[in-house]
Design a protein. Structure first.
Ligand SMILES: [Zn+2]
Ligand SMILES: [Zn+2]
Length: 324
């Protein structure tokens, strides 16, 4: 499913099989999750877009070909391919254990073709072995919603009362991790979105409400997954003194001006960008212990545009996954 220009729909396109180059693997895609970032790619909201591009960066599949120099992987092995597709290894960020901020990165489904396809090529060093535990469809959302959610949760600190703004694919995973860690979760949805509020309550959220509401007790930290800048002052208002607000999305509408008193008293406002391979190793090791259950809605690959439209409109709970 190819995106030829910003603002267009994806087009079903027959392409010749590609051969993996040095250090690359070819993966037959079994499932690929649909992420809000795919909408930002399609809408042309990210800088330096590459067209034509095959979106999709929550890929689960099996290796069917390997180029020279691939180590530690084998033909037939199940792997996950995340958003971070390649880093330079030489810039100050790569050398300082912050490869998520690499100066010359590549991203799956944005600068390199991704997983809305029957097969894809990846840099072997950035693929995660997934083992055989769990189904392809259930695992796919872990590759971005899970990984970026995990990085956001770590960034939020270890406060016991966490607020999640935007209760979609990432939040429904992060909520399970946070509760497994013994924290309580408050879920903030679009005002009046009773279906999503019921979904969050069903997962164990101790309080649910609209994003325009204040929680009964101040939060220790909040994570904003929705791409809505208006949520930033609301979340700052909801956290206690010294609390932290983490913006987890790659793109957000403008943040409105707000009074300094909302930031005062050492509240912190930070963002989380991309992931490091270590984030993936840490999270994918933990996920089976936690027993994360991802709530998924399957779409055939050819219905990718419908899946994206449903994501935009908030028509399903949890995560959408494309199956070739
Ligand atoms: Zn770098
Ligand atoms: Zn994503």
């Amino acid at each position: 499913m190819v995106l030829k220009e910003a603002g267009a729909s994806l087009e079903w396109t027959e392409l010749a099989d590609r051969e993996p180059g040095n250090g690359e693997i070819r993966v037959q895609v079994a499932a690929c999750g649909v992420c809000r970032t795919d909408l930002h790619v399609m809408d042309g909201e990210l800088p330096d877009p590459h067209f034509p591009i095959i979106p999709g960066h929550e890929i689960v599949g099996r290796i069917d070909a390997m180029g020279a120099g691939v180590e530690g992987l084998r033909i037939g092995e199940r792997v996950g391919i995340p958003w971070l597709a390649h880093t330079c290894g030489a810039c100050p960020y790569c050398r300082g254990h912050r490869e998520n901020l690499c100066d010359r990165p590549e991203f799956t489904g944005y600068t390199r073709d991704g997983g809305f396809a029957t097969a894809t090529i990846a840099d072997a060093r950035f693929a995660f072995p997934l083992g055989e535990f769990g189904s392809d469809v259930e695992l796919a959302p872990l590759l971005c919603a899970g990984l970026i959610g995990w990085r956001s949760l770590v960034s939020a600190g270890d406060g016991s009362h966490l607020g999640l703004y935007g209760f979609g694919a990432a939040a429904h995973i992060v909520a399970q991790v946070a509760m497994w860690q013994g924290r309580s979760v408050s879920a903030f949805t679009r005002p009046g979105d009773a279906a999503t509020q019921a979904f969050a309550r069903g997962l164990g959220a101790t309080w649910v409400g609209g994003s325009d509401q204040m929680p009964p007790e101040p939060l220790d930290a909040a994570i904003i997954f929705a791409a809505v800048g208006d949520l930033v002052p609301l979340a700052l208002q909801a956290v206690r003194k010294g609390g932290r607000v983490v913006c987890a999305g790659i793109h957000m509408s403008d943040i409105p001006s707000f009074p300094y008193r909302l930031l005062w008293e050492e509240r912190q406002l930070v963002s989380v960008a991309n992931l490091t391979r270590q984030d993936g190793i840490d999270f994918l090791r933990l996920a089976p212990q936690i027993g994360i259950v991802t709530h998924t809605t399957r779409y055939p690959l050819a219905q990718a545009n419908q899946a994206l439209a449903d994501l935009r409109a908030g028509r399903f709970a949890g995560a959408a996954v494309l199956v070739p």
